[in-house]
Design a protein around this ligand. Structure first.
Ligand code: GDP
Length: 521
């Protein structure tokens, strides 16, 4: 079977770096939308349909990751949106488990910002290859060498500049592409890229003098030579292994660097990768269908408990109506109305291939981390839970609702909305999240779906670690730390820590015990 080429990727960035703008321009370039500005507008309309998602309207942010698909040059691109707000949730992290590569957008004036780094760390867990896009060169920015060095130092990556900005801000005269010798330049009052491009034999080409100011030319020659000589040259294997990042300079707003970025993704970004699984890894060439759920979006309609589970297809050729068995329930289900997320609209999917994402409507049978398979003989691994960064005690307004609360917390943690911890001592349950927003979602869903009114109270804990090790080592630790111990939903032992320092301290004193910041589901 030949597999149509797929590039399944996400954009990681700090808020305001330009992810939305770049997304629009990529979709525009890919022909998926015709007017820039549609991404946010359309999203807002769609979201208006759901009730608890009011939170996201009020706060003007997107709780839910969506999927955008477009085709260019015979390649199908699946762009998975990772919510970019500071209050991101585990969904953001998990979305990155469903991609084969990522684009890291950096604001040229700001460099690496906290959220870029966090998301990068998640990519690194799985060696997800990263293409870097330094955005906003049409504005005054930092020295490009500084930016490259910062990426290299802060993220411990080899960097390879693939293109170079001739000046920035008021001095910006274009972007020079090293490999092809193409110079793309701004035109008109808007200073956008409107197709003004010429190709030269290299930095020494005399023709460049006709295109650039004397200053601009001198600068490009000097900096360009240093840039090419001073950094590692591009190495496909190192990129695909997540050790090297090619760096493109551009301006999403003015359409610079967008074509180059798509060309790079087409040429270098990996097609669907092998997925870690038991009993053995799943190759995309495998003929039978396998996939995993990386996200569940609940309550699209609050009157019904329907959900959309997002499945990343790992192997086989999916056809509508096909029977797949979820690893959670073990009961085969026919997938009659799968959804493909085209940028234009949601469309009913007839077929999908490895690397594609399909939405499967269900009533709560599908859980995050479930493997779906034709033969029910595999389990895809590597979808972790991430250590929560916010821990709160749950208190009931009506104490007779304990049973309902327990059920709700178990359900919602299985769905991946929150994590729940049941302390060894004391009766107050603890919920953990990685972003504040998840707490608001929790409270509104408890009320809307479970008719449970609860409040969240401060807890003395700052983070949690899953414990593993030999029985003796674990017992040694747990015997003296009982007051900081809890069980997660599956009964695994968890250490509730007062601070990251606390984790380090305990780790030092208990070298035989493993304190894990992630747990595989
Ligand atoms: P996001 O939060 O990462 O999705 O960022 P947005 O795409 O919403 O962009 C944040 C702001 O930066 C908006 O005002 C954009 O118009 C602006 N912006 C994005 N890209 C560029 C660019 O290349 N140049 C300039 N000058 N502004 C940009």
């Amino acid at each position: 079977m030949t597999i149509p080429s797929r590039r399944t990727f996400a954009i990681i960035s700090h808020p305001d770096a330009g992810k939305t703008t770049l997304t629009e321009k990529l979709l525009l370039e890919g022909g998926a939308i015709h007017l820039a500005g549609e991404v946010k507008a359309r999203g807002a309309n769609r979201r208006a349909r759901s009730d608890w998602m009011k939170i996201e309207q009020q706060r003007g942010i997107s709780v839910t990751s969506s999927v955008m698909t477009f085709e260019r040059g015979g390649i199908v691109f699946n762009l998975l949106d990772t919510p970019g707000h500071e209050d991101f949730s585990e969904d953001t992290y998990r979305t990155l488990t469903a991609v084969d590569s990522a684009v890291m957008v950096i604001d040229a004036a700001k460099g690496i910002e906290p959220q870029t780094r966090k998301l990068f760390e998640v990519c690194r867990l799985r060696n997800v290859p990263i293409v870097t896009f330094v955005n906003k060169v049409d504005r005054e920015g930092r020295d490009p060498f500084d930016l490259l060095d910062e990426v290299a130092d802060a993220l411990a990556l080899d960097v390879c500049p693939m293109s170079w900005p001739v000046g920035m801000g008021g001095q910006f005269e274009g972007i020079f592409d090293f490999a092809s010798g193409t110079l793309r330049q701004p035109t008109g009052a808007s200073k956008e890229f409107e197709g003004k491009a010429a190709t030269f034999s290299g930095l020494e080409d005399a023709g460049l003098a006709g295109a650039l100011s004397a200053d601009g030319l001198a600068r490009l020659r000097e900096e360009g030579e240093l840039a090419q000589g001073g950094y590692t040259s591009f190495d496909l294997a190192a990129y695909r292994h997540g050790d090297l990042t090619p760096v493109y300079f551009g301006s999403a707003l003015k359409l610079f660097g967008v074509t180059e970025l798509l060309d790079a993704l087409s040429a270098y970004a990996p097609p669907p990768r092998e997925q870690p699984a038991e009993p053995e890894a799943i190759s995309p060439e495998r003929p039978d269908v396998t996939g995993f759920i990386f996200k569940v979006q609940a309550n699209m309609d609050p009157q019904h408990r329907d959900r959309i589970a997002f499945m990343r297809l790992c192997s086989g050729r999916f056809k509508r109506g096909m029977k797949l068995t979820p690893s959670g329930s073990g009961k085969p289900m026919a997938v009659h109305s799968p959804i493909l997320f085209f940028a234009q609209d949601r469309e009913l999917a007839d077929e999908a291939y490895p690397g594609d994402i399909i939405g499967i409507p269900n009533h709560g049978t599908l859980r995050v981390g479930d493997t779906l398979s034709e033969k029910a003989d595999v389990r895809i691994t590597g979808l972790p839970n991430f250590a929560p960064e916010i821990l709160r005690r749950v208190a009931l307004k009506d104490p007779t609702k304990t049973k309902q609360l327990r059920k709700a917390l178990d359900d919602l943690s299985e769905e991946g909305v929150i994590q729940v911890f049941y302390p060894e001592i004391g009766s107050q349950w603890i919920v953990g999240v990685v972003g504040q927003l998840q707490l608001e979602v929790l409270i509104s869903r408890l009320e809307a779906e479970y008719k449970v009114e609860a409040v969240l109270e401060a807890s003395p804990y700052d983070t949690a670690r899953w414990l593993s090790g030999s029985d003796a080592a674990l017992k040694g630790f747990t015997d003296i730390n009982r007051s900081s111990l809890a069980k997660d939903r599956d009964g695994n032992p968890v250490f509730l820590a007062k601070s990251a320092w606390d984790v380090g301290y305990q780790q030092e004193r208990n070298p035989e015990v493993k304190f894990s910041a992630t747990k595989e589901r």
